[in-house]
Every structure is written in C-alpha cells, then in structure tokens.
Design a protein around this ligand. Structure first.
Ligand code: ACO
Length: 177
C-alpha cells in the first residue's frame, strides 16, 4: 500500500484487531479511492453528510493528507461485499499538539459509525480500540508526552463508550454561529 494512496501507514493498525475481525474483514487507513467504497454511506448513519462529489471528497482527503500526523481516518472493509459498499465502519482520531501538559498531544475521537446492517458485531468497539492503539503509538514517537483521547457523543451512546473503557467527564458546551 503506497503512502500516496493511504492516509497513514499500515504499521499503525493494531495487529490484534486484525486477528479478531470476522473472516474477510480488514481494518485499514482511509485510501484516496474510498469515495467509491461507501465511506459516506456509513457516515450518513451518524449525521447529515450533504451532496458531495468525488472531486470535493478527494480535495478534502488531500487537505487532510497534508496535515502530517494529525488525521487518522480508519475504515473497516468487508471484502465479501460489492466494492461500492465494502466500507462497513469508520472512525477518526485527530491528534492535537498542545503547549499544555509538557508539550503534550491530545487525541480526539470523532465520526465513529458502523453500517446499520453490521451493528452488534463488535465492529464499533474494535474501531475504538484501533483508534486508541494509533493514539498510543503516535504519542510514543516523542519524549515527554501525555496522551489522552477524548470524545463527545449523544447521551444515547454513553453505554457504548462506557463499554469501550471511556468515562464521563465534564460537560460539552456548544453554540451555532
Ligand atoms: N448504548 C449502550 N450500549 C451500546 C450501544 C448504545 N447505543 N451501542 C452498542 N452498545 C454496546 C453493545 O451492546 C455491545 O455490548 P456487549 O459487549 O455487552 O455485547 C458493546 O456496546 C459493543 O458494541 P458493538 O457491537 O461494538 O457496537 P456497534 O458495532 O454496533 O457500533 C455504534 C456502535 C458505533 C455506536 C453504532 O451503533 C453506530 O454506528 N451508530 C450510529 C452512529 C453513531 O451514533 N456513532 C457514534 C457517534 S459519537 C462519535 O463519533 C465520537
């Protein structure tokens, strides 16, 4: 897999996750051709996606790809399905560089979704584990790192994230502008 077509190196994917995925399923980095493999259909199960063309999607992929060590978009692919709907799960880790915490880095987990007909097979929990593995390994590259991953979710998803080992902390505030 060339680094030109893949958002981050395959070496960051947990080998343990790959071992426990069902037969024919692969966990990998988002690739530049994944617009054609159903990534937006899966994300549409989370929230509004909009009418996006392949060129627009690719422009955004290229912009993310230029931000070294920041965007880690993971997908789970079911190789048994037709190519245009083979992505069955996705999740993103965004690594924020901070002045705080001794020049620490903080991981933000975003945009986690599993295709409706694939839910309940532990793909969600595996995605979160795989994103945590990336966070740990990206953080290990530098000395004096304090690495923490945080996320916001709908109260209905609290049970899922508790099962993934997350705990409730603080209060989310937001304002539309
Ligand atoms: N509430 C409580 N428990 C839950 C929920 C929930 N909403 N969803 C799953 N679980 C439990 C499961 O029952 C399972 O428990 P078990 O280990 O005791 O059997 C455990 O969590 C793991 O479940 P998975 O099978 O791994 O979950 P799944 O693959 O179905 O994915 C997900 C869960 C990602 C929330 C999926 O339902 C989904 O895509 N929903 C729509 C999109 C969404 O809401 N995404 C989260 C947005 S928040 C964010 O992106 C940071």
């Amino acid at each position: 897999m060339s680094s030109e077509t893949s958002l981050f190196p395959g070496a960051l994917i947990s080998p343990k996750i790959q071992e426990v995925l069902p037969k024919g399923y692969i966990c990998r980095a988002l690739q530049r051709s994944d617009f054609r493999h159903g990534q937006l259909d899966v994300l549409g199960g989370l929230t509004h996606v909009g009418e996006i063309t392949e060129d627009q999607w690719t422009e955004r992929y290229d912009a993310m790809n230029k931000c070294n060590n920041t965007y880690f978009v993971l997908v789970i692919v079911d190789t048994n399905r037709d190519a245009e709907k083979m992505i069955v799960g996705t999740g993103t880790l965004i690594v924020e560089q901070k002045f705080l915490y001794n020049l620490g880095m903080q991981g933000h987990i975003e945009d986690v979704a599993v295709a409706a007909d694939q839910q309940g097979k532990k793909l969600g929990v595996l995605l979160i584990e795989a994103l945590g593995h990336i966070a740990e390994h990206v953080g290990c590259y530098k000395a004096c790192i304090s690495l923490l991953t945080i996320l916001d979710c709908h109260p209905e998803r609290e049970g899922f994230y508790l099962k993934c080992g997350y705990e409730k902390r603080g209060l989310e505030m937001h304002r539309y502008h």
